[in-house]
Ligand binder design. Structure first.
Ligand code: UGA
Length: 449
């Protein structure tokens, strides 16, 4: 592994010029990646099979909610004119490099579904068949260690009738983008990891970053890069689960876990971040990546007990919220319960693996009447939870007439204590300050404080 190689300044692109780049998959990661590359001055073609997404991008409309990127898509599409979207893969033949950013596979019964990524690799390989120019293929999708060498490269070679490392280059370049904070985590990441199949591939990718990035660039093998991504997310998930476990214990002992976390976090070996105890982690990445890593471990014959425990503890954490509500209300049947917040975290409209879904399902199974409000995620949530839930026009409307409020996502607007005057409130995110909330609410307590 090489770090601190940035003193060896490489030219932008292969010959020092801006490059023609394609980004395959225009989901969250693909579009944010495309914008980042276009902002660095490259010509970017986003490829997606969904014609609605393609049309939106070409009209500079985000297909998802990401306020931190406000104005950037508009700038790339309309002002700089260096980002466009298409449905066809044929454009790849005119590009110097392609970034695979398709959504990673869902898992069933310990089998990983490689179809998305395999399809993208096959299409890229096919497009390269008739070109003579060297082309760099960059895997940004999160894939289990070994996948690029065992699945992606063989498909690329078969479909293109060319040889990796000679006719085209391959690199793995995991992303560490945080939803709701894409501009910082994508345009100015804490580190760039380049897993290279061959040195030329790594050099080109490094030069792409160096035009606009001054942080650490770490060059490593393909497998190591794949593992760095999984290990990073597994560590974050473990850190959150650790503080939730401590929180569950602290509550029983009458100790505030947030004071404990602050005291721990001053130790630089521990750090303050990702120690916010609550109802656990959700989203499209942490739960799925953890499952895939456990599955990969099993395939090697290794039983990953720590990561399995993290997953199990996290699955149970949101249900503590409904348990407390049940105890305080003396049962949930026919009680009106407000679920405040639906997105898996504030700052996004993403509902994938959102803890709110577990909370709502549990409340409904126990006969509660559920009212809810989320400033951004309600359109997506409606397609998932259906008609059994009352979707309200504001937080105030959702709280009016309720027996109990469960705070599930810590949107800024939910931090106004006046909303909760005289109510029974159970906070899953430490949205409120317990000292003041205790005076305003009829009863206030946290999931693990
Ligand atoms: C996560 C990683 O943080 C990114 O580095 C990575 O690039 C991304 O997955 C990915 O693999 O694509 P993201 O899923 O956007 O990013 O969200 P996080 O900010 O990590 O939050 C994940 C979950 O943990 C949320 O439900 C959040 O509410 C929860 N969380 C986070 C806590 O409960 N406590 C904390 O202290 C921090």
């Amino acid at each position: 592994m090489t770090t601190g190689i940035k003193d060896k300044k490489l030219p932008v692109g292969i010959d020092g010029k801006a490059m023609n780049l394609s980004v395959v998959g225009s989901g969250y990661i693909g579009l944010v990646t495309g914008i980042g590359l276009a902002m660095s001055g490259h010509q970017v073609t986003c490829i997606d099979c969904d014609s609605t997404v393609v049309t939106k991008i070409n009209h500079a409309i985000y297909p998802f909610y990401e306020p931190s990127l406000d104005g950037l898509l508009e700038k790339c599409v309309n002002k700089n004119c260096n980002l466009k979207a298409v449905e066809e893969y044929s454009e790849i033949a005119n590009c110097d490099a392609s970034f695979i950013c398709v959504g990673t596979f869902s898992k069933s019964e310990n089998n990983t579904d490689f179809s998305n990524i395999a399809d993208a690799a096959a299409q890229i390989g096919h497009a390269l068949r008739d070109t003579n120019a060297y082309h760099l293929v960059v895997v940004k999708s999160t894939v289990p260690p070994g996948t690029t060498e065992e699945v992606i490269i063989p498909i690329l070679e078969k479909q293109s009738s060319k040889k990796a490392g000679r006719d085209f280059g391959v690199a793995v370049n995991p992303e560490f983008i945080q939803e709701g904070n894409a501009s910082r985590s994508s345009l100015n990441p804490d580190r760039v990891i380049i897993g290279e199949h061959d040195q030329k591939a790594g050099d080109i990718l490094q030069s792409l970053y160096e035009s606009s990035y001054s942080g650490p660039i770490i060059r490593t093998s393909i497998r190591t890069a794949e593992m760095i991504k999984y290990a990073s997310n597994a560590f974050l998930a473990t850190k959150i689960t650790f503080i939730n476990e401590i929180g569950n214990l602290c509550k029983k002992l009458g100790i505030d876990v947030y004071d404990v976390a602050q005291g721990m976090g001053y130790d630089p070996r521990i750090g303050q971040r990702f120690l916010n105890a609550g109802i656990g982690f959700g989203g499209s990445c942490l739960p799925k990546d953890l499952e895939e890593l456990i599955c990969r471990a099993q395939q090697t014959g290794y039983d990953s007990r720590l990561l399995s425990a993290v997953l199990n503890i996290n699955a149970a954490q949101p249900l503590i919220l409904t348990q407390i509500a049940e105890e305080r209300l003396g049962g949930l049947k026919d009680k009106v319960v407000t679920v405040l917040g639906l997105a898996f975290k504030a700052g996004t409209d993403d509902m994938r693996d959102a803890p709110s879904l577990k909370v709502i399902a549990q409340l409904m199974s126990q006969g509660a009447l559920v009212k809810t409000y989320d400033p951004k995620a309600m359109p997506r949530a409606k397609t998932i939870v259906g008609d059994g839930v009352e979707f309200c026009a504001s937080a105030q409307e959702a709280i009016d007439g309720t027996d109990c409020v469960l705070i599930v996502t810590d949107w800024e607007q939910f931090k106004d204590e006046e909303l909760y005057r005289g109510k029974l409130v159970i906070d899953g995110r430490r949205a409120l300050d317990p000292d003041t909330a205790n005076h305003v609410c009829a009863h206030y307590e946290g999931v693990c404080w």
